[in-house]
Design a protein around this ligand. Sequence first.
Ligand code: ATP
Ligand code: MG
Length: 430
Amino acid sequence: MGQKIQAVKGMNDLLPQAQKEFKLTVDFWQAFEDIVETWAHGFGYRQIRTPIVEQTGLFVRSIGEETDVVGKEMYTFSDSNDKLSLSLRPEGTASCLRAVVEHNLLYNSPQKLWYMGPMFRRERPQKGRYRQFHQVGVEALGFEGPDIDAELIAMSADLWDRLGIRQYLTLEINSLGNAEERQAHRDALVAYLQAHEDMLDEDSRRRMHTNPLRVLDTKNPDLQKIADEAPRLIDYLGSASLAHFDALRQLLDGLGIEYVVNPRLVRGLDYYNLTVFEWTTDKLGSQATVCGGGRYNGLIEELGGKPTSAIGFALGIERLLLLVQEYGQLAIQNPPEIYALHQGEGSVLPLMQAASLLRAAGLAVYVHCGEQSLKAQMKKADASGARFALIVAQDEVNSGTITLKNMDTHQQQTVAPESAVALIQQWKNT
Ligand code: ATP
Ligand code: MG
């Protein structure tokens, strides 16, 4: 026997049944995907699917070299034939915008798009943090807002409602202003941090020069006071940025969406401006952020397109579903309604034909394969949760009939195969 090979650390199998360390099942996940499709369609968003591998330069340019994601979390390798550096995508926005620019989708109309799929980051695996994880993302391109900003936030809230978890999530919002406002704030912030340099940790001292806003995002409890008293970006916003933010807040108030303004909310990725937001929960330990998004007006131009307003968000499917599993609701698809069993010479073919007839009428049929006593098969039918059994044994073969059994009432009836659908419908209606 060869040695067993295991999955890569931090990358999960999604199985029909729950695992000890990873409780999400494929049925649950599938039910979620179905809801996402209906939800996105309900808001008029179109789906986009891009490759999982992109040129590394795409992420370096859009996310930024100094970010943790690009600096240390990416899976990067060279394509040996043409020495091109490639990376597994760590998030979806860059690929989405790359495709939009490449195919000129913004040529004559704005776009409302969504995507769903696996993302890859080499992080320390723990509950709610994986190396292959999955996101649903939404991008609205070519709209200046603030109406679209409010629509996106309302859209995320609507998904929480569909999953029964709205009450477990808190919305935080902030405005990052425009580039000049951020620069003025950055100068003040760096000066402030330099004045307090002896009190900073090593991480913050490094970030002070590369990405000082991130220092405010520190998780180190010793630095909370310094972060709290640092110059606030919101005090550096000009009238246009403030007007955008106020209008967004008014729309959210009108829609009954509660929020907290968090002046220190900056988000991990470099490309944001104006609106940023996050949905967090206190039910998932330190993996608290379920969904994050914001405006990134400069990014399309950065990727070679015309200057275009853009806003989007991404949610982590694993984190969201861990929350839904414990606190929300999500109806998973039932097992097949009909369990088909057979015995004796020549019974397989008529059974399969009858199963086809039933499926053509929209019923789900599980066909028992392999030889076993009828009694043993009936036990399996019982355990499967099917409401009906379809039986073809020697008598049925001889007479060209099939037998249907109602597992609840134990009623049993032998009929011509063509009458099977009608009989099941009749039983379902009583
Ligand atoms: P965090 O601060 O938790 O690392 P992030 O700011 O890096 O999150 P984003 O890049 O904004 O996350 O991605 C959006 C969402 O994707 C997150 O809010 C989270 O729900 C999910 N996510 C990010 N990284 C992971 C991961 N390694 N495993 C599982 N989910 C993740
Ligand atoms: Mg992260």
